[in-house]
Write a new protein. Structure first.
Length: 431
């Protein structure tokens, strides 16, 4: 390790230790590296501008953020929730199943776990906890756990970020996340049913099936969004970025014109919140672009690859080791930071070991999503706490069973790559 790189790492971890945003830490540490090495400090700005200019796919991120915020501001989320209550609300643990199914449907629209938990997750948590139907901590924990499905079923903001640093096909990444997302939803529903029976949660009063046509009609325009997105991307009609623009426009038409549930004043607030969220993600991407330049300059990926060749690690052992490391890092580091800064170090090793980058990417995204509910730095736990007021301690007491089954599901996806790659291969993937 060179002295300038050591200075950059000390600066980065020092700023993180005092609570500075990781994006600013990466930018400052990069400037420190360039200064100590005697290079032009303007290289930092050049890397950001060039990296963002060359990556049209990045534009999908703010567009998906806008789409999710519009849906949460209007009544789209509520209509989807009513539809899911009618479908699965009548069985044991019914509202828990509604929680999971709603997350699956909402994931086909937003691509964001936080948008899921903060929007539709807030509504279903309050329904579950009302009048003591379910323990508050359990309702909030299931909401946080089901929200991880959001970035796994397409569209997915983390997958866009992974595609940026790995050059993996974002279209095949989206397809590869579909079956694992459904599998996670199934696993969470099974666990919810088991807990509901074990704890003898009360049955919900069934909604008359006669309500099905009316409720379906009210929710149908919203349910069409995933179909439009998937057809646009996989039918060759639109790129992922163009599909994100369609999603934002469609959600605006639904909320503003069709449902008439959002005013111009509300829209101003939506755009303001979306701008803040997009700026935060953009700053993180910019910091990652600079820091990745430093990593490439120091040939860290090449050194990792050479080390792996010397120790003759098998692809499976490598995958298991990386995922264990990422699970540990996920307890302390934000998912976006892991994907943009840590994961690129392993891409050359994946190529050297013959590991498929789509399979690796989907597994990494799922891994980092599990980190969003893992204490002590479980972002989704904090978000759910903020929007529902349910104490963190109560959520943490209930979250462990969901973390365990999600890790078990991750292990299955690691051991059986075809569980991720089968569907992309049906669409012509030959990676």
């Amino acid at each position: 390790m060179s002295f300038p790189f050591a200075v950059a790492l000390v600066t980065l971890f020092g700023l993180a230790a005092i609570g500075a945003p990781i994006s600013l830490g990466m930018i400052v540490s990069a400037v420190a590296y360039l200064f100590v090495k005697g290079q032009d400090l303007g290289l930092a700005a050049e890397q950001v501008i060039q990296g963002i200019y060359d990556s049209f796919v990045i534009l999908a991120v703010p567009l998906f953020i806008v789409a999710a915020n519009i849906m949460n501001a209007g009544t789209i989320s509520e209509r989807l929730l009513q539809f899911c209550v009618l479908l699965v609300g009548r069985v044991r643990g019914g509202l828990g199943h509604v929680n999971v199914v709603t997350s699956i449907i909402f994931s086909g629209m937003s691509g964001s776990a936080i948008a899921d938990a903060a929007g539709i997750g807030k509504l279903i948590t309050e329904m579950m906890a009302k009048d003591g139907r379910y323990p508050r901590g359990y309702a909030a924990a299931l909401t946080a756990a089901s929200a991880v499905i959001g970035p796994i079923i397409p569209p997915s903001i983390p997958m866009v970020m992974y595609s940026l640093v790995s050059d993996a096909s974002i279209g095949y990444m989206f397809i590869g996340g579909f079956l694992p997302g459904l599998l996670i939803g199934l696993v969470l529903s099974v666990v919810n049913h088991w807990i509901a029976v074990k704890r003898n949660f009360a049955l919900e009063e069934p909604v008359p099936l006669s309500e099905l046509p009316r409720t379906t009609f009210r929710a149908l325009p919203a349910l069409m969004m995933p179909a439009i997105l998937l057809y646009g991307i996989y039918g060759g009609v639109a790129t992922p970025t163009e599909a994100a623009a369609v999603a934002a426009a469609y959600s605006l038409i639904l909320a503003g014109i069709f449902y008439r549930a959002i005013s111009l004043r509300d829209l101003y607030g939506v755009f303001l919140e979306s701008a803040k969220g997009s700026a935060s993600v953009g700053l993180l991407i910019g910091g990652a672009l600079i820091f990745n330049y430093i990593v490439a300059s120091e040939n860290i990926p090449g050194q990792v690859s050479e080390w792996l060749k010397d120790v003759q690690v098998s692809p499976l052992v490598f995958l298991i080791g990386v995922n264990v490391l990422l699970l540990v890092l996920g307890c302390f580091i934000d998912a976006s930071t892991i994907i943009l800064v840590i994961v690129p170090l392993f891409i050359p090793a994946c190529n050297a070991l013959g590991i498929d980058l789509v399979h690796f990417g989907v597994v990494v995204v799922i891994n980092t999503m599990i980190g969003l509910i893992t204490p002590p730095y479980g972002v989704l736990l904090f978000v759910t706490n903020a929007v529902t007021g349910i104490p963190l301690r109560e959520m943490i007491d209930e979250i462990w069973i969901f973390i365990a089954v999600l890790v078990a599901t991750l292990a299955i996806l690691i051991l059986f790559p075809e569980s991720v790659l089968w569907l992309p291969r049906q669409f012509g993937y030959v990676g």
